[in-house]
Ligand binder design. Structure first.
Ligand code: SF4
Ligand code: SF4
Length: 436
């Protein structure tokens, strides 16, 4: 299969050196520590709380029931006692309902997931969501309403600083492939493709050893951000274009992050629910690490485990630097979609004072979705949401390439992200009018 590439994109400094060679380390559960487990760690309706205050729970026990079609189960990440049902700090919404567990007793066992004859039900029971950051409930993605011919595994990890997927690909290679194989067989998908950026030759070599045994195609991808965007990955690997507003399914493809495939394997083979994940902790911390962390662990505990801050922290980001969220509190808990915790000092941050647009066109050149960010920015500033809808802002994948490359430091992606809610209302009203 040739590499087709995609238009636009940027080449930020990758800054992965501090952690790419560090094997995944398990962060132990601390007796008496508090784990705040949000009931919404996924796109869709929050789970319904099943645990009550003072209830004893075991790690892996179901404490939040999926509440609707687009929703995911939540399991106790540790054994202990429920000490509160309360709002927890959240990086995007400010706060979210959650269950606080005080860790106590033996942490060695995990309550197994109910394995069902229907594979998608096992995935639902295990509470698996897309671990690349999108957090879409995986069982829904694995129930396509139409024929899919290709399962595409996303091993790009194109965000700077992050190395958690890289380490998983090295340390859990065969398990990831087995997870993909389970999906492929269950959905009767002919083609399996694994795409990995060329800056991870060791991961490419690790997967290369299994190509003939498991019959898949391995595609080395150009090192370019956002190579791991679903639409960009599909274009690069298959030369198919997902139409505006549509899902990869429209072009016969399902895309899964490598970590998600591992979670599927662990649920199907080991009956393990999703109660922990690997996160890269790096930047201005004393000991940057790739850590396997229980969901609900507060960010401050994770930073402390990495030796604490190096210098004066100015900004802590959850996720990658391009698409992640700056935290307003270090009490924010680790969630299923958390791939990174990055600490920046003042000296690490660029000057972000905005200037007027000089119409250089760089944002247009780098936009991987073929949009015109400079024009859209004018509509954002003037709150002209009708015009924004017409200029296809809903097709923006919020990758941040335009903001990254803008010499005037316009907050382009941020404006598009916050405007989308208003634009969505306009599009719904237009749809309603069209349907009479
Ligand atoms: S954030 Fe949106 S507008 Fe900016 S480059 Fe990415 S897709 Fe294009
Ligand atoms: S990159 Fe910035 S300065 Fe250049 S056209 Fe786009 S918004 Fe204007």
């Amino acid at each position: 299969m040739p590499f087709f590439g995609f238009r636009g994109g940027v080449h930020p400094d990758y800054n992965k050196g501090a952690t790419s060679g560090k094997p995944i380390e398990v962060m132990p559960v601390k007796e008496g520590a508090l784990y705040g487990v949000p009931l919404a760690q996924h796109i869709g309706a929050p789970a319904k709380a099943l645990a009550a205050k003072n209830q004893e729970v075991k790690a892996g026990e179901l404490i939040g029931q999926s509440a609707g079609f687009i929703s995911a189960n939540i399991h106790a990440p540790v054994s202990g006692r429920v000490v509160a049902l309360q709002d927890l700090p959240h990086p995007v919404t400010g706060k979210t309902a959650g269950i606080v567990i005080e860790a106590a007793g033996d942490q060695s066992g995990i309550v197994p997931v109910n394995v069902s004859a229907k594979f998608q039900e096992t995935v639902l029971n295990a509470g698996i969501v897309g671990l690349g950051g999108a957090t879409f409930p995986t069982n829904v993605k694995l129930s396509p309403p139409k024929k899919v011919d290709t399962l595409l595994l996303n091993g790009a990890e194109c965000e700077p600083y992050l190395t958690c997927d890289h380490r998983l690909m090295l340390e859990k290679t065969e398990e990831i492939i087995k997870g993909a194989d389970i999906i492929r067989k269950a959905l009767n998908i002919e083609n399996l493709i694994i795409g990995i950026e060329e800056n991870k030759p060791d991961a490419l070599a690790a997967f290369g050893k299994f190509v003939s045994a498991y019959k898949f195609e391995l595609i080395p991808l150009e090192v370019k951000y956002p190579q791991g965007g679903e639409k960009q990955l599909i274009k690069a690997c298959l030369n198919r274009t997902v139409p505006e507003g549509m899902l990869p399914l429209e072009v016969g493809v399902i895309v899964h992050n490598v970590g998600t495939c591992l979670a599927v394997f662990e649920a199907a083979e080991n009956k393990k629910p999703l109660i922990e994940r690997v996160v890269t902790v790096t930047g201005a911390v004393k000991e940057p690490k790739n850590l396997l962390v229980r969901i609900g662990t507060p960010v401050k505990d994770i930073i402390e485990y990495c030796g604490g801050f190096l210098g004066d922290p100015r900004k802590v980001v959850m996720g990658g630097p391009m698409m992640g969220f700056a935290l307003s509190s270090l009490d924010v808990p680790m969630m299923k979609g958390t791939s990174g915790i990055l600490v920046f000092r003042s000296e690490d941050l660029p000057d972000l004072r905005q200037c007027s647009c000089i119409r250089c066109g760089r944002c247009v050149d780098v936009c991987p979705m073929g949009l015109i960010p400079s024009v859209m920015d004018r509509f954002v500033v003037k709150e002209m949401y009708e015009a924004l809808a017409d200029w296809h802002v809903m097709n923006c994948i919020e990758c941040g390439c335009c903001s990254y490359d803008c010499p005037s430091r316009r907050n382009l992606a941020g404006g598009f992200k916050t405007s989308k809610r208003e634009v969505m209302k306009i599009l719904k009203a237009r749809e309603a009018q069209k349907n009479g």
